[in-house]
Design a protein around this ligand. Structure first.
Ligand SMILES: Cc1cc2nc3c(=O)[nH]c(=O)nc-3n(C[C@H](O)[C@H](O)[C@H](O)COP(=O)(O)OP(=O)(O)OC[C@H]3O[C@@H](n4cnc5c(N)ncnc54)[C@H](O)[C@@H]3O)c2cc1C
Length: 345
């Protein structure tokens, strides 16, 4: 999503773009739930909320303009989100402070009526189509293995024996941005965090909004499918699923929505989030090169943040005034954060 959204924004600003991906574009992004809101926004700092709220505001217009350039419907749906199991007053106060519509339901749950969703595989397909329609070029199956430079200027990126030259480069490698790209320094403190998911067939429920409680969410799709997720696991780059964890997810889903007891999930999968301490991404110039930018580490909310995050990145690349303060997203700020500090919080 970080590469796709940056490419899309640059194209909308009249730039020429080539997007290379070792696999398909948006490899991990397709695995997500597409909820366009942090799960408990009041658990995060303002630097997360600023990008998330900016993304949430922009998504309806973004989805509409992507659709103008593509055949695939990203299935944006302002279905709302209901949050149980916590003190709803905390959420209500956060909503009041951020001018965000919210109320407490008679069942003492927090209802956020404007929260939306997109359907990840479809939003990615739509973005790929839109990028192509706007004149961008996508190179699937293209692994970037290094950077050729003169001093601090990157001249080209290397893919095997092939060189791709450009004026400006963006490293949006998701969880893999925590690894060194050629001789360059890896993005600080970035690591893969696996999430496993279940899918239920249409007919298993009548839910019409996102439901969240105690770490588990249920997301109904417009065609009646239902997603249940997810886990946060530190298992390196392992993208497998595990029967015990899927069974636990299924039981928790049945507890939250008892009609699911009558059915079994029809599919399961996992994806790797680009994990960052405090969920704060890096949107900054790479310290090793003057013309290499980093757009990575959006962790649990890369889809939500995409419009605001790519806007900030493109403003900085094009030398425009940033619409939000970029300080929390700098490389040096990411160096100063640590997972230990997060565990201690
Ligand atoms: C289970 C799960 C549920 C989620 N739910 C939500 C949600 O509801 N809402 C939300 O906002 N977010 C959600 N997320 C998080 C969101 O999906 C991520 O933050 C976002 O997808 C990260 O996008 P990215 O582009 O940084 O990473 P990716 O999508 O992983 O893209 C990085 C790309 O870089 C490519 N790459 C890596 N190295 C190289 C190389 N050397 N050469 C070429 N290409 C390379 C990879 O193949 C990959 O395609 C979820 C994530 C998961 C896993």
């Amino acid at each position: 999503m970080a590469g796709l959204s940056a490419a899309y924004e640059l194209l909308r600003h009249g730039q020429d773009v080539v997007l290379a991906d070792i696999r398909r574009a948006g490899q991990s992004s397709w695995a997500g739930a597409g909820i366009l809101c942090p799960l408990l926004p009041w658990d995060y700092g303002e630097s997360v909320n600023r990008l998330a709220l900016g993304g949430m505001q922009t998504w309806p217009e973004w989805a509409a303009t992507i659709t103008e350039h593509s055949k695939t419907d990203p299935e944006y749906w302002a279905c709302g989100m209901e949050i149980g199991g916590n003190t709803p007053e905390t959420g209500l106060e956060w909503a009041r402070q951020h001018d965000f519509p919210a109320k407490i339901t008679p069942e003492n749950r927090l209802w956020l009526p404007t929260v939306g969703q997109v359907r990840n595989p479809r939003v990615i397909a739509a973005m790929v189509e839109a990028i192509t329609d706007l004149g961008g070029k996508i190179l699937p199956g293209c692994e970037i293995t290094g950077i050729r430079s003169v001093g601090k200027k990157a001249v080209s990126v290397l893919s095997g024996q092939t060189e791709h030259a450009a004026d400006t480069f963006i490293w949006a490698g998701g969880a893999w941005a925590g690894l060194a790209l050629g001789q360059s320094q890896p993005v600080p403190n970035l690591r893969p965090v696996r999430g496993q998911m279940l899918l239920y067939a249409p007919g298993s429920h009548t839910l019409e909004h996102i439901l969240y409680r105690d770490g588990l969410y249920l997301v109904p799709r417009r065609d009646g499918h239902l997603l249940a997720g997810s886990t946060t696991e530190n298992v390196g780059f392992d993208t497998g699923t595990t029967p015990e964890i899927l069974q636990n997810l299924h039981e928790a889903a049945c507890e939250l929505l008892p009609t699911l007891r009558k059915c079994l999930p029809v599919r399961s999968w996992s994806g790797l989030r680009p994990g960052s301490p405090d969920n704060i991404p890096v949107i900054d110039r790479h310290p090793d090169y003057d013309n290499l930018w980093v757009h990575a580490g959006h962790f649990r909310y890369g889809v939500t943040m995409a419009p605001a995050s790519s806007r900030l990145l493109v403003e900085m690349i094009l030398g425009q005034a940033p619409h939000i303060d970029p300080t929390p997203y700098t490389w040096s700020a990411a160096q100063a954060r640590s997972w230990q500090a997060e565990a201690a919080c």
